[in-house]
Every structure is written in structure tokens, then in C-alpha cells.
Design a protein around this ligand. Structure first.
Ligand SMILES: [Zn+2]
Ligand SMILES: [Zn+2]
Length: 171
């Protein structure tokens, strides 16, 4: 019973954008002009923009509070604490725009889907727990890696990932 009403609800949510575009077309026809279309567009978009802002704030807050990189699914779960109606498509859309604005950066580990963290952190590395699949931030760095750089090469940057069990999983 609960599953049925949930499905019904998500269907209605999915249909909403199409419904509103139909209304826009009808409004354009009814007003017979560009001005009508624009004012209708603004008034029908305003509530959606408000939701977008609230959702975006929830996403940023969840990422900040986590203190370690989150995958889109982890982020969805965390941000739903603030906005329970949040969906994965909204998370992806906001991740894309936040990244384009330079507010967040992807953490790309070999063979792993991208996680995301706040931009502007000091140089650091990551620890990937192979049991719970969480990625943690590791402060600091072994530093100068010139000693392992081949002779005659000029080192510009480095990446490395620590793997193992986190303190929760090791217990
Ligand atoms: Zn773990
Ligand atoms: Zn380093």
C-alpha cells in the first residue's frame, strides 16, 4: 500500500515539467504574444527556482558537514536530512553547476565513481576504505617526492590514495 502511493507520487513529480511546458504553450496561445509567454514563464518558474535554491543549499550543507568526499548517492542520503523530497536527478544537476562555479571539486579515484568535496582545501590525500567504501580525507602529505622521480624528470604534481580499513570497519 505504501509502495503504491510512493510510486504514484513519483509519477506525478516526474510529469510536472511536461505539464508546466504544456501550460506555457497554452498561455502563449491565449496571450497571442511574446510578452504573455515571458510573464507566464516567470510566474510559473518562480516556485521551482525557490525549491531549487533550498535543495541546492541542502546539498552544499550536507557536503560541508560530511567533512569527507561524498558520492552522489551518499550526498542524496545526507541532504535528505534537510530536504526530504530531494531526488538523485537534482543532486546530479546541482553537482554539475556547483562544479562549474568552482565551489566543489571531484575526487576521482582509479576505477571509482567520482566523489565530491568542497573546493579550496589545502593540499591533501584520501583514504579509501575497502569495506564500507567511504573515502576519507587525509591531512598532510609525505612531501617532497623528488627522490622517487626519475633522473632528468621534472616533477610537477602527485596523487596517491591510501587503501585499507577505516577505524569503524577495523573494529
Ligand atoms: Zn570503513
Ligand atoms: Zn601530497
Amino acid at each position: 500500500m505504501a509502495g503504491r502511493s510512493l510510486r504514484h507520487r513519483s509519477l506525478r513529480l516526474n510529469r510536472r515539467p511536461r505539464d508546466s511546458s504544456v501550460r506555457l504553450d497554452e498561455a502563449a496561445a491565449a496571450h497571442g504574444g511574446r510578452g504573455g509567454l515571458i510573464s507566464m514563464f516567470l510566474s510559473s518558474q518562480a516556485p521551482q527556482m525557490y525549491r531549487e535554491t533550498r535543495q541546492r543549499r541542502a546539498i552544499r550543507r550536507a557536503l560541508k558537514d560530511a567533512g569527507h568526499p561524498l558520492s552522489p548517492t551518499e550526498l542524496l542520503e545526507a541532504a535528505r536530512e534537510h530536504v526530504s523530497s530531494l531526488g538523485i536527478a537534482t543532486v546530479y544537476r546541482n553537482l554539475k553547476s556547483l562544479q562549474a562555479e568552482g565551489r566543489i571539486v571531484p575526487v576521482e579515484l582509479p576505477g571509482e565513481p567520482a566523489r565530491y568535496e568542497m573546493a579550496g582545501k589545502d593540499h591533501h590525500h584520501h583514504f579509501h576504505c575497502r569495506k564500507c567504501d567511504k573515502v576519507y580525507e587525509v591531512e598532510g602529505c609525505p612531501g617532497n617526492l623528488n627522490s622517487v622521480t626519475p633522473t632528468g624528470f621534472e616533477l610537477e604534481n602527485h596523487e596517491f590514495v591510501l587503501y585499507g580499513l577505516c577505524d569503524v570497519c577495523v573494529a
